[in-house]
Design a binder for this molecule. Structure first.
Ligand code: TRP
Ligand code: ZN
Length: 509
């Protein structure tokens, strides 16, 4: 049977359930340029991509940033001009936070270690919602001012180009979901039925910690989350220790690979951290899930295949990119999200018949979206089209190529009637629309039929390896596909990603 659109369906349900949330920016317009050419507004971003991982944990070294003045309010994203900040590169965030579940109060200090990319008299962090008590730069108190969703910081002494510096921001308050410019529902910190977790894609991270909130600036993280006894606090990355104090615990987690801000998460509440040794053996990577207290892997049918899924995707895409993986099952957000090493699943989704598809989808994002991040948000099909195609690859493995071809053909035909936005030019206010997922995946299928299976899987592996722990844009993927296939592919990508109507599939090899 052709199981279809598990993930996108759930996202649509979420949007429907939350309609009425504001924050939609209808004034933003997508660019009209073709994929294979450089997008006009920020020409430095399209062709400059990260270097391969050098093991330093600083995957974005060498990026050419938006050449604006340091006081400009964004890193130069053509869809989200205020997101992120130029002028510095964050190397590490330490989130040292106290959370009071009874009062839903979050507070503490975030310490940001950064390198100046240019001389700085002032610089910005993205931030909204909570209250800042103090800011220090290299240990000395610094003046700060809130301008829109930025905190503008003026250190006592200017920072020289290439200098490493440290920012401490003391802040707190009641964290809440916030409106997004890109999705029609609130994102960020979420509190439901005594559970607390973060779903921040694409622009909600700066509602829970001050940050350079754009995927171009990836960094490593330490989470130190102080909660009352009896409450579990999980976070992205590897569990380090639980430090107990009178009546409280500090849960320490480390993310040792570069991570974008929106993929950073904490999950706090009545949860068990459940290791799965058998699946870890299959996967070759330590699997630990964050499950509703008292439940085990066996209570979530499908979850026992997670190790097998990692092994299979590693065969297709190359080694799993991080040192651990698992999912958290939470209540009340109606979807799933690929937080790095700890994907989040709504409980209802985990109980639904398309759980397996979504397990594959979020897992595939660890390669495509998390390890290889977006250089600009308008290229969202590089995340969602790839993760959706992984769902199809799993169906192919389980049910055969013929089932896959029939299913894709049926889905393709649905786009003949529907008015849709081509996946390479999504509206900025509806970034996660259906075509981004499904026509995005069809674009990869068309590529596969054009270049043949061997070249296709070589392309996917090379893309995952070359841009690991960094970022890429569509032009990077197209260039790599042309390089490996030795074919001219501009027209193919333009037809699928930019133009209307949706093309017919090429005949295949
Ligand atoms: N990236 C998610 C997926 O797997 C979709 C998504 C985007 C999302 N923003 C979100 C889900 C916010 C939950 C909350 O397709
Ligand atoms: Zn996705």
């Amino acid at each position: 049977m052709w199981r279809r659109t598990g993930l996108w369906l759930s996202l649509a349900l979420l949007a429907a359930a939350c309609s009425g949330t504001d924050g939609v920016d209808s004034s933003a317009t997508p660019p009209t340029s073709a994929v294979s050419s450089t997008p006009a507004p920020v020409s430095t971003m399209a062709s400059t991509t990260s270097e391969p991982d050098d093991g330093s944990g600083r995957g974005n070294e060498g990026f050419t940033r938006f050449a604006g003045p340091p006081e400009s309010l964004g890193i130069g994203d053509n869809y989200f001009p205020d997101l992120g900040n130029p002028g510095y590169d964050v190397n590490h965030y330490t989130l040292d936070l106290v959370f009071e579940p009874a009062a839903t109060r979050l507070g503490g200090v975030v310490t940001i270690e950064a390198t100046a990319l240019q001389a700085l008299t002032t610089f910005n962090l993205d931030f909204t919602g909570l209250t800042i008590d103090s800011v220090a730069v290299d240990g000395s108190e610094a003046a700060f001012e809130l301008i829109e969703e930025d905190v503008v910081i003026s250190p006592q002494t200017p920072i020289a180009q290439d200098e490493e510096f440290t920012i401490d921001v003391e802040y707190g308050g009641q964290p809440r979901s916030t409106g997004s410019g890109a999705v029609p529902f609130g994102i960020g910190w979420t509190t439901v039925n005594g559970q607390n977790y973060v779903v921040a894609e694409p622009d909600g991270a700066h509602s829970w910690f001050p940050s350079n909130d754009h995927p171009l600036d990836k960094a490593t993280y330490t989470f130190r989350i102080n909660v009352p006894d009896g409450v579990t606090a999980a976070a992205s990355g590897t569990f380090v220790e639980q430090i107990t104090d009178v009546g409280r615990s500090i849960w320490v987690w480390e993310m040792r690979s570069p991570m974008t801000t929106y993929l950073a998460t904490v999950v706090i509440g009545d949860f068990d951290i459940v290791e799965d040794p058998a699946a870890s053996l299959d996967a070759g990577v330590a699997i630990r899930h964050v499950l509703p207290a008292g439940t085990t892997v066996a209570d979530w049918p499908g979850l026992e295949r997670q190790g097998e899924m990692i092994a299979y995707l590693a065969e297709l895409f190359g080694p799993y990119p991080f040192e651990t993986y698992g999912i958290a099952i939470v209540e009340g957000f109606g979807a799933a999200l690929e937080n790095q090493t700890l994907s989040l699943f709504d409980r209802n989704l985990a109980e639904s018949f398309f759980f397996e598809d979504v397990l594959i989808h979020e897992l595939a994002h660890q390669w495509f979206g998390d390890s290889v991040s977006l250089g600009q948000w308008s290229d969202i099909w590089l995340n969602e089209g790839f993760a959706s195609y992984a769902e199809w690859l799993w169906i192919e493995r389980e049910q055969g190529r013929a089932t896959l071809e029939t299913g894709i053909a049926v889905e393709r035909d649905q786009f003949d009637e529907a008015g849709f936005n081509a996946p390479g030019v999504p509206p900025s206010f509806d970034l996660f629309n259906r075509a981004v997922y499904r026509v995005g995946a069809m674009t990869l299928h068309a590529l596969r039929l054009t270049v043949g299976d061997d070249a296709f899987f070589d392309i996917l592996k090379a893309y995952a390896a070359r841009f690991a722990n960094g970022s890429a844009v569509t032009a990077d993927f197209v260039a790599l596909a042309e390089e490996i296939s030795a074919m001219e592919l501009d027209d193919l990508f333009d037809a699928w990603l930019i133009e209307q109507p949706v093309p017919q599939f090429p005949p295949g090899e």
